[in-house]
Design a protein around this ligand. Structure first.
Ligand code: PLP
Length: 467
C-alpha cells in the first residue's frame, strides 16, 4: 500500500515511513492511494472472530509491503491483551435499535488506547528493524498524554516526554501520566497553559537542527496509523449486528475528526454504513459545517467534555481530500483560505456528497448533564460527558427505524467523576487496575514555560545514562 499527501506535494511513501513521519512534508496528511475493499463474503468471514483477529484482518491491506506485514497479527494481539473486557469493544443495547459500543476498556480508559497501544508497538517494530530510536515529544491537556505514555512505557526503541500545564489537568489525568516510572518516560509540569505547552512543542519541532539531533517524533491524532487502528471497531460492531446483511449507523463524539473519519474509511472499504452522526459540545465547528457548508473557526470555550474543546478538526482535511476527488492543490488552496480568513466554504458538490453521509448535533453542558441523567434513568447506563454527547447525537438523528444506531462511548465514566456525580448522583469508581492510582508515587519535573529550558530538559533526558 502506498500513501499520498492531502496537499499532493510530498513524496509518496509506504506504511513504515508514513507511520514515522506523522505529518507530510508539504503540511498535508497521508492517506492511502486507493481504498482497499472487502466484499460481502469477506465481511461475512469476520463473523465470530475474536476482536484482535478481526482487527488484524481489517488492517492487513494498509500495511501490505511494510516490515509490519507479517508481524501484524502478533502485534495486534499483544496490543489488546491488557484490555479489561474480553470483547475488547463490547456492545450494550440502550434502546430499540440503539446501542453503545464501549471503547474505554484499555489501560487509560479512553478510546485513544485502541489506536495508541498498537501504534507504540508498530513504532518499536519498524525502528528495531531499522536499528533506530526516536524521542516522542508532545503536549497534553489530559487524555492524549496518558494514552501515549501507556503506549510507549515498555517499548525498546522509543523515549517519550510529555508536557502538561501544571495544575490544569484533573488529578486522575495527571496521575495516569506521572505514576508511570519507566526509564523511557518523562513528564514536565509546565508553569503555563495548555496553549503554552503546545507552542513550546511546536517551537522544538521547528528547530530543525534540534529535531534531527534528537530524532523527535510525534504520535498525534493526524498519524495515519491511529485512524487505521480505529477502523477495526466499526467493523467489529457492524458485523456483530449483522453486517453485511444489515446496514448500521454510528454516532461519534467528535473533536479532531479522527474517530469518525475511521468510520468513513470503513464505509469506503465496503462496510454498509448508512449515517455517520457527529456529536459536538459548544465548540461546534463541525456541526455548523454540516448544517451550512462553511467551515468557520470560533474561540474555544471550556466544557464538561474537554477532549472535544477543539477549534479546528485536523483530520477533516482527509475527508476534504477524498470529497474533492484527491485534488491536492484544491485542498491546499482551501486550507490556505481558511488560515487567512478563519472561514472557508466547501465547493457545493463536495459538501452535498458529505451531507448524504454525515450530520451533526450539538449539546451545551446543561443539555449534556440532562442527557447523562435521562440515559441513566431509562437504561442504567452511566456515560461520561463525551460519550453522552455521542449517544445524544444518535438519538437526535432521523433514521429509518430498521437500522441499528451505534453510539461510540469514548471515555470511562470514572475519568470524569464530577460531571457524572452531578448528573446521576453516582460516584463512578475507578476500575480495579487503577483503584490504587492515588496511592502510587508520582514523578515529574516542574519547569518554566520557556523554550530554552525545556529544550535542555529534553536533551538531558535523551542523553541520560541508561542502565
Ligand atoms: C480524543 C477524544 C474525543 C475526540 O476524538 P477525535 O478523534 O479527536 O474526534 C472524544 N472523546 C474522548 C473521551 C476523547 O479522549
Amino acid at each position: 500500500m502506498k500513501y499520498v499527501s492531502t496537499r499532493g506535494q510530498a513524496p509518496i511513501l509506504g506504511f513504515d515511513d508514513v507511520l514515522l513521519a506523522g505529518l507530510a512534508r508539504d503540511g498535508g496528511l497521508y492517506v492511502p492511494q486507493s481504498w482497499p475493499t472487502f466484499s460481502a463474503a469477506d465481511i461475512r468471514a469476520l463473523r465470530g472472530l475474536p476482536y484482535d483477529q478481526l482487527a488484524a484482518r481489517v488492517m492487513a491491506p494498509f500495511v501490505a509491503g511494510s516490515v509490519c506485514e507479517a508481524a501484524l497479527p502478533g502485534l495486534v494481539k499483544d496490543a489488546y491483551a491488557g484490555f479489561t473486557h474480553p470483547a475488547i469493544a463490547p456492545l450494550k443495547q440502550i434502546g430499540h435499535n440503539q446501542w453503545v459500543c464501549e471503547l474505554f476498556h484499555g489501560p487509560t480508559l479512553a478510546f485513544k488506547d485502541y489506536a495508541l497501544q498498537l501504534v507504540g508497538r508498530l513504532f518499536d517494530h519498524v525502528l528495531t528493524a531499522r536499528g533506530e530510536r526516536v524521542m516522542i515529544v508532545g503536549a497534553t491537556s489530559g487524555d492524549t498524554g496518558s494514552a501515549a505514555i501507556e503506549a510507549c512505557r515498555d517499548r525498546k526503541a522509543v523515549d517519550i516526554l510529555i508536557l502538561h500545564p501544571k495544575g490544569r489537568t484533573s488529578d486522575v489525568q495527571r496521575r495516569q501520566m506521572t505514576t508511570i516510572l519507566s526509564d523511557n518516560v518523562r513528564n514536565l509540569a509546565v508553569e503555563g497553559t495548555f496553549d503554552d505547552c503546545q507552542d513550546i512543542v511546536k517551537a522544538l519541532f521547528n528547530d530543525l537542527a534540534f529535531r534531527d539531533e534528537l530524532r523527535l517524533s510525534a504520535v498525534n491524532s493526524i498519524n495515519w496509523a491511529r485512524v487505521m487502528a480505529q477502523v477495526a471497531y466499526y467493523f467489529a460492531a457492524a458485523v456483530a449486528l449483522g453486517a453485511p446483511d444489515v446496514t448500521v449507523s454510528f454516532s461519534v463524539p467528535t473533536g479532531n475528526f479522527g474517530n469518525v473519519f475511521a468510520g468513513y474509511v470503513a464505509k469506503k472499504m465496503g462496510l454498509p454504513i448508512d449515517k455517520l452522526v457527529v456529536g459536538s459540545n459548544r465548540n461546534d465547528i463541525l456541526t455548523r459545517f454540516f448544517e451550512g457548508g462553511v467551515m468557520k473557526a470560533d474561540g474555544v470555550v471550556p466544557t464538561l467534555s474537554p477532549s472535544m474543546d477543539i477549534q479546528v478538526s485536523s483530520n477533516f482535511e482527509r475527508l476534504m481530500f477524498d470529497s474533492l476527488g484527491g485534488d491536492g492543490p484544491a485542498v491546499e488552496k482551501l486550507m490556505n483560505d481558511f488560515r487567512a480568513h478563519g472561514a472557508v466554504a466547501m465547493p457545493q458538490g463536495a459538501w452535498a456528497m458529505m451531507r448524504t453521509l454525515f450530520e451533526g448535533h450539538r449539546f451545551d453542558d446543561d443539555q449534556t448533564l440532562a442527557l447523562m441523567k435521562s440515559l441513566y434513568h431509562s437504561t442504567g447506563e452511566i456515560l461520561d460527558p463525551h460519550s453522552a454527547i455521542g449517544a445524544g447525537a444518535g438519538l437526535k438523528a432521523k433514521l429509518a427505524a430498521t437500522s441499528p444506531m451505534v453510539a461510540l462511548a469514548t471515555a470511562h465514566p470514572a475519568k470524569f467523576p464530577d460531571a457524572v456525580t452531578k448528573a446521576t448522583g453516582i460516584h463512578p469508581p475507578l476500575p480495579p487496575h487503577l483503584a490504587d492510582l492515588f496511592e502510587r508515587p508520582e514523578r515529574y519535573e516542574t519547569i518554566a514555560a520557556d523554550v530554552g529550558a525545556i529544550r535542555e530538559a529534553v536533551r538531558a533526558f535523551a542523553n541520560r545514562k541508561t542502565s
